[in-house]
Design a protein around this ligand. Structure first.
Ligand SMILES: *Cc1c(COP(=O)(O)O)cnc(C)c1O
Length: 407
């Protein structure tokens, strides 16, 4: 008989009762080091006093009023994001998929409003992940996720990452823009090169296209800058973000330049929950911490510690780990360990060592801790991964021995 909670996930048989910083506790007081952060979402870790106080205080006043009225918390959060980024204006929603939907709508709408109604197609990349709505499944383009859900939504073309010739070949008279994750998360922490992002910007300018960045995972401080594209020194037209922006409270945002945003006139786009007082109180509390002087430098420094520890691990266990994946110049706290064994095996072994991580495509283990971790915790995570590798290796050797004996 089917479970009352619809079985759409392969869940680990673990339930956490409370958390503290980078640590999570089960009811029976087992303690886990959380280097998955709820899929790069619990940016301030667990039970962060500022975030908890802000949410509790706002919940005690007013949680939701709808967008029929002014929401001062949203006005403040938008103004702060504008001050700290390329953007002139911000739209709030509730999730990453929704932010990407809105980003694509904005790109199409801006093209239509400037005399190019035929420009509707979006160039996306192999290995992309943009979310699970019908249109974003199509933008994602992964056959596994599309299977059984009918005709893919039209309007999305896919080309290989970091291949400018392929991008130029794909640009046609009906191309509206390009949508790219500066660092792909789900497909295995594959980063666009700085040069590629700069060339995409130049191509967009040349052909009158809009550059939309999906920073749902890599944005909001994860790379040691507020947004990952800052490392490339480019100005995008529109950026989507979600995951870390609410520190675990559901919140998404679309940041845009005035040239794009001004076409989303009243009535053209909307949401019931998006940007409500409670969500924006959470967003403001996260920004309080992330924009504190020195915080992003702290993230970058912890990223260097973690990368060095993972690189040492690869050298120590070349039979289990192949390489460390991440941004070329700015790894921050979005790293991947390319495994020589099925990633589920190493993830399971890490769980036995009380370390939480996230699997990704291409047998890559995603290592995405809360942004508030310290150096000792980064080294502890690497030590646990070393012990996890130790658990996996004898089993692999045994399997190989049996295989050889059988043949
Ligand atoms: C997680 C993610 C999404 C989807 O976000 P949801 O909140 O699950 O809808 C989209 N793009 C990227 C890059 C993501 O990592």
């Amino acid at each position: 008989m089917i479970a009352p909670l619809m079985p759409t996930y392969n869940r680990a048989d673990l339930a956490f009762e409370r958390g503290e910083g980078a640590w999570l506790y089960t009811v029976d007081q087992r303690r886990f080091l959380d280097f998955g952060a709820g899929i790069a979402t619990s940016s301030l870790g667990h039970n962060h006093p500022r975030l908890v106080a802000a949410i509790a205080a706002q919940a005690g006043r007013v949680m939701h009023v709808s967008n029929l009225y002014r929401v001062p918390q949203a006005e403040r959060l938008a103004a702060r994001l504008v001050d700290a980024s390329f953007a002139d204006s911000v739209f709030f929603c509730n999730s990453g998929a929704e932010a990407n939907e809105g980003m694509v709508k904005m790109m199409r709408r801006a093209q239509a409003a400037t005399g190019h109604a035929e420009r509707t197609r979006i160039i996306c990349f192999d290995g992309a992940f943009h979310g699970r709505t019908l249109a974003m499944l199509s933008a994602t383009g992964n056959a596994k996720y599309l299977s059984g859900f009918g005709e893919p939504a039209p309007g999305f073309d896919h080309v290989p990452l970091n291949n400018m010739n392929a991008v130029r070949d794909a640009i046609g008279p009906d191309t509206a823009g390009i949508m790219i994750e500066p660092i792909q998360g789900e497909s295995g922490v594959n980063a666009a090169t700085v040069r590629f992002l700069q060339e995409l910007r130049a191509a967009c300018d040349e052909y009158g296209l809009l550059l939309g960045l999906d920073e749902v995972q890599c944005g909001m401080g994860r790379t040691g800058r507020l947004f990952a594209h800052e490392w490339a020194g480019i100005r995008p037209d529109v950026v989507s973000t979600a995951k870390g922006i609410g520190g675990g409270f559901p919140l998404g945002a679309i940041l845009a330049t005035e040239a794009v945003a001004r076409h989303l006139t009243p009535g053209s786009h909307g949401t019931t929950f998006g940007g409500n007082p409670l969500a924006c109180a959470a967003g403001n509390a996260v920004l309080d911490v992330v924009l504190e002087p020195g915080f992003l430098d702290h993230v970058a420094a912890r990223g260097r510690t973690l990368k060095a520890a993972l690189q040492a691990l690869v050298e120590e266990r070349p039979d289990v780990f192949e390489t460390v994946r991440g941004h070329e110049s700015a790894p921050g706290l979005m790293l991947g360990l390319k495994c020589r064994v099925p990633v589920a095996e190493i993830q399971q072994a890490a769980l036995q060592e009380h370390l939480l991580t996230v699997g990704a495509g291409d047998d890559v283990l995603r290592v995405v801790p809360p942004l508030v971790v310290d150096d000792a915790e980064c080294r502890e995570a690497a030590a646990r991964l070393s012990r996890a590798a130790e658990r996996v290796r004898p089993r692999r050797q045994e399997a190989r021995r049996l295989q050889a004996a059988a043949s």
